[in-house]
Design a binder for this molecule. Structure first.
Ligand SMILES: NC(=O)c1ccc[n+]([C@@H]2O[C@H](COP(=O)([O-])OP(=O)(O)OC[C@H]3O[C@@H](n4cnc5c(N)ncnc54)[C@H](OP(=O)(O)O)[C@@H]3O)[C@@H](O)[C@H]2O)c1
Length: 197
């Protein structure tokens, strides 16, 4: 049964020119050194409390592989003990009990399995999966954190999104680091195609 309180968020950080990663996997560009005096501070205690409000994560296999490589380099696992659903048609290593693999149509996964069980469902990339989620009309909101840098080429936030998706700008926050977070609400109805405008 659908949970009226459930909420699907897509969140990633991107360069100003809309790339979430370099094609060669380079991530050093994400460490920016800008300062915006009038911006808010990202208080670690606030971040920790906020992360606790997320009930589960969904990600594509390439994002999962990136997360595993970060972990192997000693940066830890960013998704704590939260259930993490990894989309893949391949046989990937399952490194913890919280990880579950899924292959196939995203709509039944989200509407029949995740929404009844979880309130705050976060899609954390990459570009292929975020486009798939929006194309199917499954997202309630998009959180787009723009980093103060241009990188010229890379993997797009929304890979091959083949139609217009109307959004409502709900919140804008600027941080001392020069990062700007945009929060948009997606229009339309869950599980149905949203009308292009
Ligand atoms: N800047 C950020 O905030 C951020 C966040 C996340 C990721 N990233 C970066 O983005 C890159 C990865 O993004 P990406 O767009 O290349 O890939 P992705 O979205 O992470 O993964 C795409 C892959 O997931 C699998 N998949 C997707 N939908 C599926 C479905 N319905 N059923 C079964 N499998 C499905 C497919 O691979 P297989 O079936 O072949 O496994 C597909 O090729 C990495 O470089 C990562 O570092 C950046």
């Amino acid at each position: 049964m659908a949970n009226p309180d459930s909420h699907v968020t897509i969140h990633m950080a991107a360069s100003l020119d809309g790339f979430i990663g370099c094609k060669d996997g380079r991530v050093d560009w994400m460490e920016t050194s800008d300062e915006f005096a009038d911006g808010d501070s990202l208080d670690p205690e606030f971040v920790e409390a906020f992360l606790k409000t997320i009930d589960c994560y969904v990600m594509g296999s390439r994002t999962y592989e990136t997360a595993l490589s970060f972990e192997a380099k000693g940066f830890g696992w960013a998704y704590a003990e939260k259930p993490t659903f990894v989309l893949t048609s391949r046989d990937l290593p399952r490194t913890r009990d919280t990880v579950e693999f899924y292959s196939g149509d995203l709509a039944p996964l989200v509407n029949e399995r995740l929404r009844p069980k979880f309130r705050s469902i976060w899609f954390v990339g990459g570009g292929v999966v975020s486009a798939e989620c929006l194309r199917l009309g499954l997202a309630d909101e998009v959180r787009y954190s723009i980093l103060p840098i241009l990188i010229g080429d890379g993997i797009q936030f929304f890979d091959k999104l083949d139609r217009d998706v109307a959004l409502h700008l709900a919140e804008v926050k600027a941080y001392k680091s020069g990062m700007v977070e945009l929060r948009y609400e997606a229009r339309g109805h869950r599980g149905e195609s949203r009308n292009a405008t």
